[in-house]
Design a protein around this ligand. Sequence first.
Ligand code: RIB
Ligand code: CA
Length: 305
Amino acid sequence: MQRIILDVDTGLDDAVAIILAAGSPSIHIEGLVATSGNVGLERTLENTLNVCEVVGIEAPVYRGSSQPLVRDKVDAGDFHGESGLDGPVFQPRRRQQVQEGSGIQFIIDTIMANPHEITLVPVGPLTDIAVAMQREPRIISRVKEIVLMGGSFVGGNVTKEAEFNTYADPEAAQIVFTSGAPLVMFPLDCTTKVTLSPEQLERYHTFTGESARLFCSCMDSYMANYQRKGKGHPAMHDPLCIAYLIDPKPFLFERHEVSVELEDAPTYGKTLKGKETETGGVLVAKKGDTTHFWSLIDQALLSLR
Ligand code: RIB
Ligand code: CA
């Protein structure tokens, strides 16, 4: 059983990561922390609570950071819509409400109380993870693994050079990538190869249940936003982290030192990789298996209400 804490900036692909985690018997969600990213914190929090309510997740949802460590705040609303989760219309929630207290403290307390048991899955800017490491450095050696979506070694998606999650908080990304924690990184190199086709989406519209309807409503928006921007088929960035935790075998990896450009230049927020190494560094995903990924989504949607 993979015991995870999801740190999300719920957006449309974050929602798929949450749905996949909830619908996979080998994953136990200890809690979720909503952070500022695709859109502002209050919206990512609302989106996260709403997705958890529809899917039937009873794990606690906390507030994370509302601002990056140093830079000015940026958002990715043009891929996810003004609300950050364009498409679904939600009923007033009956169960899920935000937990009092700090999401960063929840991350620290859960890892310290369960050494080598908890996997952190950040799929937005890395602000919360960096602050947690600074506040309690012992989590670096006690966390089981940190499996993150972010960075790119093949060019950016928010600037020519930088991927959104590292660009939104480069200083936080630098702290995490150079922390020495056991990191598994899903950069654009890997995530842009796993996409949703219109034919696949049409097939998912035949699935029944609230979770499948939520998935389709999110993906209808995601598909439309990608096509409006002439970016082809939407990429399954965030849920690939969950697919790895369910079954790492289909993925190809290399191990490298990774750092982040912090100079005030067009490369700000770009991730850089050092030479390949046998130990230390970061396990960098190079390739996944699209067919296998969609079989996991099928299983999750069929198992959820
Ligand atoms: O670059 C892709 C990442 O930025 C994904 O996590 C997406 O949700 C956005 O946050
Ligand atoms: Ca995200």
